[in-house]
Write a protein that binds this ligand. Structure first.
Ligand code: ATP
Ligand code: MG
Ligand code: MG
Ligand code: MG
Length: 479
């Protein structure tokens, strides 16, 4: 089944159950000071859950564009290295605002997966909140009983507060959740380690696909919980992961959401996916990041020097660097992928079509300017190497390259190594530490369009500079 059809089947399934289909909200938030980007399906509906606004329908279904690159949910470091976390992804959801509750949410999720999508029941596991004594929250017996009526008990696993209890913030609606996980390993692998031992263990073929949140409590300012008068359902299913399961492949990147982009990258860069780990990581990074950047520009958030624009710029630069280092791209090339992306996704997200030229131009310009700095940085590095008396380049110099020219340490190391030099990494780390200290002090007094409400909610962009390849995944590519 094609990804297009998977998305629409999900939506029409819930439409048949009296849900109103709504389009994805823009990914870039403008009126939520605690959030830079929409990072889950529920974020655009927050006000409904809080009772501050009334939805058009008490049952809604949608596919929401999400970006997890900052704040509490930051998956950027994993992207490219694993095969199931993206920066931008679609979250399919069905919503009940004070309407149906656990029984329907559970029954329908199961019906959709096993009857409509015909996923083999034997590869599915479900989790139920085990309760938390310290907080006096009981185990979710109701959900357990509803699952028990349709799923063998040895497939129902108990989960802790971290994985199976969802809270919007320090206060407000919250509740237990049940998640559905798939085990798509081979029979031999299953015989060695039972799937239930791998659920929530970061295994690339035992992954979470759907989270059903049962909002039944309200957390009060004093931390205590009371029952909500209106109970709500909030579910989120990773679209690309669902496609992986339904298309019988072992990685999101082997679904038709990504293969057209990957083919195009292979052609443009004259590389092959599936042959060499470093190249594979780079190809995954570029194919993922071009989506995030393109959708963001289409939503009106251009790369810039501050706030959300800066996050987007750095995502794009991360892609440029992987392309530069591992795909040998010294000229702009990422902008060329927009054509493929908009042809493939433009139907579901028309903004990609209508803004295509803008997206291409912006990306191309960013690529040009960053590649220029990369070039200047290379010149500087040459000079540094000429001036260095020993075979070790000072950490301060490597840091200057990083700080001024956007050179990640690994890139510097790579180039230096080719010429027989090593880098004083400790010195580099010390400089980095000093700079973090400086920016921490500076940000304490900084103001921007993003008003910081609570310290916990501060958006932070971290982990931009891992450019090392430590592939922890097993990839099985169907050719
Ligand atoms: P994981 O444990 O795999 O990181 P999560 O528990 O953080 O996922 P939720 O917040 O429960 O994810 O989001 C609902 C669903 O969205 C998940 O079940 C998963 O299918 C999907 N999802 C979450 N993060 C990503 C991501 N970075 N890329 C692609 N899909 C994702
Ligand atoms: Mg996560
Ligand atoms: Mg999880
Ligand atoms: Mg989850």
């Amino acid at each position: 089944m094609k990804s297009q059809d998977i998305r629409s089947k999900f939506l029409t399934f819930f439409e048949d159950k009296k849900h109103l289909i709504v389009p994805s909200a823009p990914m870039v938030t403008k009126d939520d000071p605690t959030l830079m980007f929409i990072n889950s399906g529920m974020a655009p509906f927050k006000e409904y859950f809080l009772g501050n606004a009334k939805p058009k329908s008490s049952r809604i279904t949608d596919s929401q564009k999400c970006l997890r690159v900052s704040g509490k949910h930051n998956d950027l470091e994993e992207v490219g290295y694993d095969t199931y976390h993206h920066t931008l992804f679609e979250m399919l959801g069905n919503w009940s605002f004070g309407d149906y509750f656990k029984k329907e949410a559970i029954d329908w999720a199961w019906e959709l997966l096993t009857k409509v999508f015909k996923i083999n029941k034997d590869i599915l596991y479900v989790t139920v909140f085990e309760g938390d004594e310290s907080e006096g929250i009981p185990m979710d017996q109701e959900a357990y009983d509803f699952w028990k009526a349709i799923v063998p008990e040895d497939r129902i696993l108990m989960g802790n507060k971290k994985d199976n209890f969802w809270e919007m913030g320090d206060q407000g609606p919250c509740g237990p959740c049940s998640e559905i996980h798939v085990d798509i390993r081979s029979d031999e692998e299953k015989a060695q380690v039972p799937g239930k031992d791998l659920v929530n263990q970061d295994h690339p073929q035992v992954v979470e696909i759907w989270n059903l949140v049962f909002m039944q409590y309200n957390r009060k300012a004093n931390g205590s919980l009371e029952n909500l008068p209106n109970k709500h359902i909030d579910t989120g299913m990773g679209f690309e992961r669902l496609c992986m399961v339904l298309q019988g492949v072992q990685s999101n990147y082997d679904t038709d959401v990504f293969t057209p982009l990957i083919c195009e990258i292979e052609t443009i860069t004259n590389s092959n996916y599936g042959k060499e780990d470093e190249v594979d990581v780079a190809i995954r990074v570029v194919s993922d990041h071009v989506r995030a950047v393109a959708f963001s520009i289409a939503d009106g958030q251009l790369p810039s020097n501050a706030g959300a624009g800066y996050v987007i710029r750095r995502i794009l630069r991360r892609a440029i660097r992987y392309g530069f280092t591992f795909l040998n791209q010294k000229e702009p090339f990422i902008f060329k992928l927009v054509e493929t992306l908009s042809a493939q996704m433009g139907k579901a997200f028309p903004e990609l079509k209508s803004q295509k030229t803008l997206i291409e131009n912006v990306i191309k310009e960013e690529e040009q300017s960053f590649l220029r700095t990369l070039d200047q940085g290379l010149l500087l590095l040459d000079r540094v190497m000429e001036d260095t008396k020993t075979d070790t380049i000072a950490g301060t110099k490597a840091f200057e390259l990083y700080d001024t020219y956007g050179f990640p340490l690994d890139l510097t190391q790579l180039i230096a190594r080719e010429k027989g030099y090593t880098i004083d990494v400790e010195g580099f780390d010390a400089e980095m530490k000093k700079q973090k200290e400086r920016s921490r002090q500076a940000s304490a007094s900084e103001t921007s369009d993003w008003v910081v409400l609570k310290e916990d909610d501060v958006e932070e962009f971290v982990g931009y500079d891992r450019l090392k390849v430590d592939v922890r995944i097993t990839r099985y590519r169907k050719v």
